[in-house]
Write a protein that binds this ligand. Structure first.
Ligand SMILES: Nc1ncnc2c1ncn2[C@@H]1O[C@H](COP(=O)(O)OP(=O)(O)OP(=O)(O)O)[C@@H](O)[C@H]1O
Length: 574
């Protein structure tokens, strides 16, 4: 059984819910018996007082039944909601801990569906399947015992269709599991298509490709509809089959039980109450297909959650962490090789499946120096930046920051001391202020707040903030949709600087900003004395780097290959 099915439920809540529902069912079992008493003892014996006592007893039982049913359903709902929250948080936490190389191979819509949709299926077990299962086990099971005690002949008659029902369920069960799995996979595919279609809406509109994505969403939706219909069709056959069997039992009870009354071997009260008990079983037995589908849906969902939780491609904390000394960070890269895709299994010397992106890459940048790594598109510049940040595991070679292997830096320290302005900037739907301070503790926020004005000035944001009526409370929109490309870059730079970094890696900014603004920003950055690594197609004004490297096909060489370039010598400052 998939472990995600039980892992997130708190047993105490479930046991309490189950106990309340069991009591409600036991009370429900007692109430029809009062009818027999009323008919056979009260009415037949012309005992009006007894009828009043029975009525009062019935009232107490009905009230208790209602209260325990309410308590059971409420406790089951609480258990389910707690389970869903715990499962969502746990699965999302796990996804967050996975390495970028794994996540880059996944579809976001599918991950969202596993975190939200699959865990939802698991919680539904407590809300719908638990009460249905208890009314089946206690309600129907208890009824079986009572009717056996009332009249074994009629009870035997009522039990006749049971083996047939069991056989029917066993046959149906084998088909439900693969169908439930297919339904969830198609739901995931639809989420992925929607996510992609909405995530790139601006480009899609600009390309006039709306129809293409509408078709993709429609196809994914049609596939899901087919899976849903197949499941519903299957269920539609099981439901009426159960109904038919139960109706036959009711008819047989009436006709054969009536004969027993005529023959004086059964009292009218017993026949009536027998009929009542059998009718009480109709609801729970009709619920059996629901339990079956809910169980297999949750099972298929739990298998998908387990599969995701079993992924261990994560960023592991360093085995021998070393705390680097404060101050500007020198960068040493030795013989670095890297490729995206499945890394080789441990102990396996063979390279991974994916092609090598970086080869024998070596460079050295002293503390406080600036280096520019230039090269054509696809050369491997951004990849180099990600390896300097220890976001990916190199296939061989190493990156040392301040003489310590980047893999041995405590990750929190690395994220704080190495600022990163990526090619694609992540901004979330919130104020500019919240985007700037994201990830900082309360104490760090206080420190950052004190030099916020200075940082806004260095990153060229001060004028934008001053000119906007909402200032720092300006809303940036989802993924920063309300800011320009250059503004997003500057917000990312300010966000990095607010952490007091000692090394800043900037991936392509020169082309996003006008020359004078570049000059202002890079001069101000150089004046701070931190180490700077710039990745792009040309050296930005004001950077004035000590080193210029040319990267092509994942290989690095000093200087620009164009002899006319002022950086052609490979020597340093032109
Ligand atoms: N997440 C990824 N998964 C697989 N391959 C990738 C991934 N990211 C980049 N690549 C591949 O790695 C190579 C280097 O890409 P990279 O982004 O480092 O180049 P770049 O020099 O920064 O290019 P540009 O100047 O266009 O930004 C390219 O061939 C690219 O297709």
């Amino acid at each position: 059984m998939p472990s995600a099915l039980l892992r997130y439920f708190q047993p105490r809540r479930l046991v309490l819910a189950a106990a309340a529902l069991v009591v409600a069912q036991l009370i429900g079992l007692a109430t029809p018996y009062l009818i027999k008493l009323a008919i056979d003892e009260g009415i037949a014996g012309r005992d009006a007082d007894l009828l009043w006592v029975i009525g009062l007893g019935g009232l107490v039982l009905y009230v208790l039944g209602a209260l325990t049913r309410y308590a059971g359903q409420w406790l089951a709902t609480r258990a389910a909601e707690d389970c869903w929250q715990r499962a969502r948080d746990d699965v999302f936490g796990h996804v967050q801990s996975l390495s970028l190389s794994y996540l880059a191979r996944q579809r976001t819509g599918d991950l969202v569906n596993r975190i939200y949709g699959d865990t939802y299926q698991i919680k539904q077990l407590a809300i719908s399947a638990l009460p249905a299962l208890i009314s089946l086990l206690v309600g129907v099971g208890g009824t079986g015992i009572i009717i056996w005690w009332l009249d074994p002949r009629l009870a035997f008659l009522a039990a006749l269709p049971l083996p047939l029902g069991w056989l029917l369920l066993a046959t149906f069960r084998n088909r439900v599991r693969p169908m439930s799995r297919l339904r969830l996979e198609r739901l995931s595919a639809l989420h992925s298509a929607l996510h992609e279609g909405l995530g790139g809406i601006a480009d899609i509109q600009a390309l006039g490709a709306g129809k293409v994505f509408a078709t993709r969403v429609r196809h994914a939706g049609t596939a899901l509809k087919d899976a849903e219909l197949e499941l519903a069709h299957h269920r539609a056959r099981l439901g009426p089959a159960v109904d038919l069997a139960l109706s036959l039992v009711l008819l047989a009870t009436l006709v054969i039980g009536g004969q027993f009354v005529i023959n004086d071997t059964l009292s009218v009260g017993t026949l009536v109450v027998f009929y009542f008990y059998i009718s009480r079983c109709l609801g729970p037995l009709r619920g059996v297909p629901g339990i079956l589908y809910s169980w297999h849906g949750a099972r298929a969902a739990a298998e998908r959650v387990d599969a995701l939780l079993a992924v261990d491609e994560r960023v592991h904390p360093p085995e021998k962490a070393r705390l680097p000394a404060p101050g500007a960070i020198g960068v040493e890269v030795e013989d670095l090789a890297f490729g995206y895709g499945t890394p080789p299994a441990s102990g396996d010397e063979a390279p991974g499946q994916a092609p090598q992106v970086l080869e024998a890459l070596s460079l050295s940048v002293a503390p406080g120096e600036a280096a520019a790594i230039l090269g054509p598109s696809g050369a491997g510049k951004s990849t180099t930046g990600r390896l300097l940040l220890n976001l990916f595991e190199p296939r061989s070679g190493r990156v040392s920051l301040q003489g310590i292997d980047a893999r041995q830096w405590p990750s929190k320290e690395l994220r704080r001391r190495v600022g990163y302005v990526g090619q694609e900037i992540f901004l979330f739907d919130g104020s500019l202020h919240d985007n700037l301070l994201i990830g900082l503790s309360a104490a760090e926020r206080d420190v950052a707040g004190a030099h916020l004005g200075d940082v806004l000035e260095v990153s060229g944001l001060a004028e934008m903030v001053a000119s906007h009526p909402e200032g720092l409370e300006l809303s940036v929109g989802e993924r920063g949709a309300q800011l320009s490309g250059g503004q997003k870059k500057r917000v990312a730079l300010a966000r990095a600087l607010l952490r007091h970094p000692d090394l800043v890696i900037i991936d392509q900014m020169a082309t996003d900003l006008e020359e004078s603004l570049n000059a202002r920003i890079f001069q101000a950055l150089r004046a701070r004395g931190l180490t700077l690594i710039y990745l792009g197609h040309r050296v930005p004004a004001g950077l004035n780097p000590e080193h210029v490297f040319w990267m092509e096909g994942g290989r690095l060489s000093p200087g620009h290959p164009d002899p006319a370039s002022s950086y052609a010598s490979g020597a340093t400052r032109p």
